[in-house]
Design a protein around this ligand. Structure first.
Ligand code: SER
Length: 583
């Protein structure tokens, strides 16, 4: 049995209910691009909401972390990974949690106790030192010298800046054939962290104030690929059974062996797997120049460039056999992979074809540029040319530069990028964060149409309609809102007509920056008020709409064209979903 199945089986047999992984792309939270931890979809329940499946849960959650994108190519990093987790929502606490972990590791996975060590929270001015966990560890059989106390940086867990949080205890495994030291030294890299048990008993608010939660919860997370590497006795995750078939497919397509070509093969393997998961997600993400679509584009284009480095003929549909191995591996666990197989293969192939048209010339251009470098910096003109004419994501140019010991004038590039955006009249205000590109013109229009739809629903259906989620791509807009009934044809028609009336009126769209407080006072609509920064942008459209929003938006509604609702359907209990287009 593989680790994932063993884990679920163990916790189910100990009274936990298995829950399906939440989608990789959070449904109702536009402030984050991807799910980054197993606990993220469970935040409302950790804060006290009752979970329909009860107080003991377990799952394998799909996660993407972009912080490590530049590290991909080494032995241990991945952009996509699965996190195994078990939760207690106000049920058991430290004792059972530690007992379960220890039992699973030593009796199910048969890891010798001699190879284990733990860290517990040393405490700070708000929270006491976790002597309780340390004692439990000793009781189960971890010797004192293998238990260390670490501070907030290491043993306190919170997703982001605020929310449910608490001290944690982390379990380490000694991965080396050398003699195991008697004492645990967390700085000795031969000890690798394999499991994190967070004791979530606090909530941290926006101002950093810590209060106790109504219930004491447990949130644990175990990175699947890392633990498989431990169990299979290798320090290279890409040599494990998780990646075996994928790496073999890359070897076959390239006619080269993994040995000697590790970096490019790892990048290709990782990026294709992540691209499969992003494009299979029900959010319907396609490669684009914004948000998740931009990440998808970056991953595919970087994989293509590394394929070229391996000598693969990238004009062929070379990604397909590799993607098929990924699909085979996961389709029985995640239904969207099975259902959207064709979509996934099309996305990869189409993006491949698109990039290939310019890749070859772009690479030549890059080589030419290398002869005209001043001060070891790729200047803004050069970087922008690669982006604009040859479709090189700026991060790709940076990577290629690094390989030649060069840096890129990123600030200059951004400047040129913004100027270019303004030229094409799509303001990119506030959106150049975290490496994301600005929005395309059509996406900008959909942003504004989303505000109009929100306002129209309020007028036609009722003021208690609130936005629950929104997703935009180049083809359509999607809008989720609270509403207790299926819209009638008449209601749909009225909503459509009202939006189209406002479009015809060519209403001005204006942005004002103000404090969050002022914005709320002025009656601006906001979906996740607690998540916004202290200073926000408020967009008004004529006098029909006022919303806190990052933008970008068109300047006048007249440019939107004709608004049409394609579909209205249930999204989840009490939430309806509208898909619409501008034509
Ligand atoms: N939230 C913790 C983590 O992500 C445990 O699940 O590591």
């Amino acid at each position: 049995m593989n680790l994932k199945d063993q884990f679920i089986k163990y916790f189910v047999s100990h009274g936990h209910k298995e829950i399906p992984s939440a989608p990789l792309i959070p449904e109702n939270d536009p402030t984050v691009l991807f799910n980054t931890a197993g606990m993220q979809p469970l935040i409302p329940y950790l804060l006290g909401k009752e979970h329909p499946k009860g107080k003991r849960l377990c799952d394998a959650q799909k996660c993407v972390r972009l912080t490590d994108l530049d590290s991909i190519g080494d032995k241990t990093h991945h952009t996509f990974f699965e996190m195994l987790g078990n939760w207690s929502l106000g049920d058991y606490f430290k004792k059972e949690s530690i007992h379960y972990s220890f039992d699973f590791l030593t009796n199910i996975l048969n890891i010798p106790v001699e190879r284990l060590a733990v860290s517990v929270f040393a405490g700070n001015e708000d929270i006491p030192r976790d002597l309780v966990s340390a004692k439990i560890w000793e009781e189960v059989g971890i010797p004192k010298e293998r238990i260390v106390y670490l501070g907030v940086e290491d043993n306190f867990w919170i997703a982001g800046d605020s929310g449910p949080c608490g001290g944690d205890t982390e379990i380490f495994y000694f991965r080396s054939n050398e003699e195991i030291p008697r004492e645990f030294d967390p700085n000795d890299e031969r000890w690798v962290e394999i499991w994190n048990n967070v004791f979530m008993e606090y909530n941290k608010d926006e101002n950093g104030k810590i209060t106790e939660l109504a219930s004491k919860n447990v949130d644990t997370g175990m990175g699947l690929e890392r633990v498989v590497a431990v169990l299979e006795n290798t320090d290279d995750n890409y040599k494990t059974s998780v990646w075996k078939e994928v790496i073999e497919a890359i070897e076959k397509v390239s006619g080269k062996s993994y040995l000697g070509n590790e970096v490019s093969m790892r990048i290709i393997a990782d990026h294709i797997r992540t691209s499969v998961f992003i494009s299979a997600d029900p959010a319907g993400i396609k490669p684009s120049n914004t948000d998740q679509g931009y990440i998808l584009r970056r991953l595919i284009r970087r994989a293509i460039r590394h394929a070229k480095k391996l000598g693969i003929d990238t004009t062929m549909n070379w990604m397909e056999p590799i993607a098929l191995e990924v699909i085979k591996k996961y389709e029985n666990y995640y239904q969207e992979i099975k259902m959207n197989k064709k979509v996934v293969l099309d996305v990869l192939n189409n993006e491949g074809v698109k990039f290939n048209r310019t890749l070859e010339k772009g690479l030549k251009e890059f080589d030419k540029m290398l002869k005209n470098i001043n001060n070891k910096v790729i200047d803004k003109e050069q970087a922008f040319r690669l982006y604009d004419t040859y479709g090189f994501p700026i991060e790709l140019t940076e990577e290629m530069g690094r390989e030649h010991g060069l840096s890129v004038d990123i600030e200059g590039f951004k400047e040129k990028f913004r100027a270019h955006q303004e030229l094409s009249r799509t303001a990119s205000k506030g959106k150049f964060k975290g490496g994301l590109m600005g929005h395309s013109e059509i996406e900008t229009k959909y942003h504004t149409a989303t505000h109009l739809l929100n306002a129209a629903l309020k007028q036609i259906i009722g003021l208690d309609v609130h936005q629950k989620g929104s997703n935009i791509n180049e083809e359509r807009m999607r809008f989720d809102f609270s509403c207790d009934h299926k819209l009638t044809d008449e209601e749909k028609k009225q909503v459509e007509e009202l939006v189209n009336t406002w479009i015809k009126e060519d209403l001005p769209v204006k942005m004002v920056t103000m404090s969050k407080e002022e914005a709320v006072k002025s009656g601006a609509e906001a979906m996740f008020i607690e998540k916004y920064a202290d200073v926000v942008n408020v967009y008004t459209i004529g006098d029909v709409s006022k919303e806190i929003c990052g933008g970008p938006h068109v300047e006048n509604t007249g440019v939107l064209g004709h608004f049409k609702i394609l579909k209205e359907e249930a999204s989840s209990a009490g939430v309806r979903r509208i898909k619409a287009v501008l034509e």
